[in-house]
Design a protein around this ligand. Structure first.
Ligand code: CP
Ligand code: NVA
Length: 323
């Protein structure tokens, strides 16, 4: 049976995503460990890119759920000397209960998941950052009520985090307005998929228009990990800074989100990110609660995910295998 991977929001149905958010909220409010998680469950985390929030929140989350974590840096593993990701997946599956990967190429994540017999979690790839957007959805609903029918404005680079917001728009029914330079717009394939799934997505090059009447304004760095055209990006993205003028277009009581780390003076002014509309610290805290919801779903018995698109077939489990 396919393990319950958490690879992307577009690979999961509404019911599963809602289960994860509800579980996260219950754990946050009541502090109880959900039933069905094996005591001492082990999470292996592979980071091929730097991280503060994802690393610490997952480590604390599994610990507070009664499990343990193992941090793995590729340079300390045989992976760093050429062992394949597929072989790494097969071996780790014999030792641990769940694997989290942060990497560049999304195909690396798919390869890991396709060959693992335990759940795999996407801790960020160049394509997407689903754990982050789950925390953002939780934060929005905590502060502003149900997100269905509301308007979210994304101003800046339509990057990996924006992609997960697009995926989530198809599952949670909010209007998603993106303002970005043409050069950093979402791919036509992503937009076609989202619209086919019934998502309400608008793309423009006008930050003020995108922010008009929005319940939440979101942005992210102009230069993501792995981007190498910093000078060009900063030039093209300069008109897409979230500042007082942009926030003034949003609805009364609108909130500002940023997944962090932030660059004050680039994608957002200090006045906005450190101002009264900013909820970035709640957002960062909710990474911890949502990781628990994700881990509880991956390790629990609730309904399974749809088979991930492009997942490679796994080889049959040898006899005597632990799992
Ligand atoms: N937002 C986020 O994923 O932060 P880290 O890169 O610190 O994990
Ligand atoms: N878009 C950013 C997110 C960092 C959490 C990056 O990929 O670097």
């Amino acid at each position: 049976m396919t393990p319950k991977h958490f690879l992307d929001i577009d690979a999961l149905d509404r019911k599963t995503l809602r289960f994860i958010l509800d579980t996260a909220t219950k754990i946050k409010r009541k502090g109880r460990v959900p039933k069905g998680i094996k005591p001492g469950a082990v999470l292996a985390m592979i980071f091929e890119k730097p991280s503060t929030r994802t690393r610490v929140s997952f480590e604390v989350a599994i610990h507070e759920l009664g499990g343990k974590s193992i941090m793995l840096a590729p340079e300390d593993m045989q992976l760093g000397r050429g062992e394949t990701i597929a072989d790494t997946a097969r071996v780790l599956s014999r030792y641990v209960d769940v694997i989290m990967l942060r990497t560049g190429p999304h195909d690396t994540l798919i390869e890991l998941a396709g060959n693992a017999s335990v759940p795999v979690i996407n801790g960020l790839t160049c394509r997407s950052h689903p754990c982050q957007v789950m925390a953002d959805l939780m934060t929005f609903e905590e502060l502003k009520g149900p997100i269905k029918g509301r308007t979210i404005a994304w101003i800046g680079d339509a990057n990996n985090v924006a992609t997960s917001w697009v995926h989530a728009a198809s599952r949670f029914g909010y209007r998603f307005r993106i303002a970005c330079p043409r050069e950093f717009a979402p791919s036509p394939e992503l937009l076609a998929w989202a619209r086919e799934e019934g998502a309400d997505i608008e793309v423009s090059e006008d930050p003020r228009e995108a922010a008009r009447g929005a319940d939440c304004v979101v942005t992210d760095v102009w230069v993501s990990m792995g981007d190498n055209d910093e000078k060009r990006r900063k030039q093209l993205l300069r008109p897409f800074q979230v500042n007082r003028e942009v926030m003034a277009q949003a609805a009364k009581g609108a909130i500002f989100m940023h997944c962090l780390p932030a660059h004050r003076g680039d994608e957002v002014t200090a006045e906005v990110i450190d101002g009264p509309q900013s909820v970035v610290w709640d957002e960062a805290e909710n990474r911890l609660h949502v990781q628990k919801g994700i881990l509880a779903w991956c390790l629990g018995k609730e309904s399974r995910a749809r088979k991930p698109r492009n997942a490679k077939p796994r080889r049959a489990k040898p006899r005597g295998a632990r799992r």
